[in-house]
Design a protein around this ligand. Structure first.
Ligand code: PLP
Length: 377
């Protein structure tokens, strides 16, 4: 049966070149990078070269990059250590943050260690900068966690402006950049960001590896205790081939960024056009149709409330279309989404997120829209 994969914001397929490199490296670089013999030193070189390469791509120093098991660990490390080690008692986030951010913050609040404020957002999920200033002015030194782009609706925040406000108020700024690293250019010399998170599987690398960026102005203690890896900042034997693959995936992404952005934007526009011209009453979430202020990889839409719509995700899967979704209110076919209910609590229309990569084609989109039309007719 023909199937199309339109769930690239959940994870991307690995690039064949990276699979090839990793499987070779598993044979040649099996040694522990902490071992002092030549085998170990060779593994260590792989890890350090990957760090340098990633740092170059972000215009920062290798000392700011710490490898982790992925985005969740990077976010947790930034939040828990950033707050604890700086004796922070107030944090700000948005209700639309990923659970890798919301849950550790909510835990700290439940333990009575911080007061947690939620920043005002508009109907697209864009945070209010005047409210940020107000919250910062009326509270002690604050930890701010605002994601760069939302994984469900694709809304992008102006992290440069947020960083400048945080600097003005001496706040610590963490941004969950899991959906944007290797999809947008970053210049860390231009951004006042203290912590950022990245995950290789969002840009055709393997799962279970990522990094946390920590600015040179910030000192923290490690989250995981044990060995002295990552300059005593992240214990545990390094995922050598995963780290090499992470760097390779980032290098590939940035080398071809312009052409890939253009290609994927083309796919997204094509799907928007098809929804507008071939289907009725399809609504677009957030700023999804605004190409410059939303993820070009994500098109988040909602469909009319009908019996069939309730089980839309399930039905699409049966017909060979892999995408993801969630409703504002929990319904039979899909789980309730804190993001969709955060922007539109009353809506019962089922939301579907289509997300694209360089491996998708217009035929994939034709196929998905044809199946949707079949379901609605
Ligand atoms: N933050 C965002 C915005 C994400 O989309 C994800 C992945 O779903 C994560 C964090 C977690 O990353 P990982 O899967 O690498 O733990």
């Amino acid at each position: 049966m023909k199937r199309v994969y339109l769930d690239n914001a959940a994870t991307t397929p690995m690039a064949p070149e990276i699979i090839q490199m990793m499987s070779e490296m598993m044979k040649t670089h099996f040694a522990n990078p902490s071992s002092v013999h030549s085998f170990g030193r060779e593994s260590k070189t792989v890890v350090e070269n990957a760090r340098k390469s990633i740092a170059n791509l972000l215009n920062t120093s290798p000392g700011s990059i710490f490898f982790t098991s992925g985005g969740t660990e990077a976010d947790n490390m930034a939040i828990k250590c950033g707050i604890d080690d700086h004796k922070i008692t107030h944090a700000i986030t948005s209700k639309l943050s990923h659970h890798a951010v919301l849950y550790p913050l909510e835990d700290l609040e439940a333990e009575g260690r911080i007061k947690l404020s939620y920043i005002d957002i508009d109907e697209s999920g864009v945070v209010s900068l005047p409210h940020l200033k107000e919250l910062l002015a009326n509270n002690p030194r604050t930890f701010v966690s605002i994601m760069h782009a939302n994984n469900e609706i694709g809304t992008i925040q102006d992290i440069k402006a947020i960083g400048e406000i945080c600097k003005e108020y001496n706040a610590i700024f963490h941004s969950d950049t899991v959906q944007t690293i290797a999809h947008f250019p970053f210049d860390m010399k231009e951004l006042n960001v203290d912590f950022m998170a990245a995950s290789a599987h969002k840009f055709h690398g393997p799962k279970g590896v990522g990094f946390v960026y920590i600015s040179e102005n910030i000192q923290i203690k490690p989250l995981l205790r044990g060995g002295a890896q990552e300059r005593n900042m992240r214990a545990g034997t390094e995922n050598v081939y995963g780290i090499a693959a992470l760097a390779m995936a980032m290098e590939m992404a940035y080398e071809h960024l312009e052409e890939e952005v253009k290609y994927i934007k083309g796919l997204k526009s094509y799907m928007i056009e098809k929804f507008k011209t071939e289907m009725q009453d399809v609504q677009f979430y957030g700023k999804c149709t605004d190409m410059d202020n939303s993820l070009y990889t994500v098109l988040s839409v909602n469909f009319p409330e009908t019996d069939i719509a309730e089980m839309l995700l399930f039905n699409l899967d049966i017909l060979g279309v892999a995408c993801s979704g969630g409703s504002a209110c929990a319904s039979g076919g899909s789980k309730s989404s804190h993001v969709l209910s955060g922007i539109n609590p009353e809506s019962k229309r089922p939301g579907i997120r289509f997300s694209f990569s360089k491996y998708n084609t217009k035929e994939d989109i034709d196929f998905a829209v044809a199946k949707l039309k079949e379901l609605f007719n």
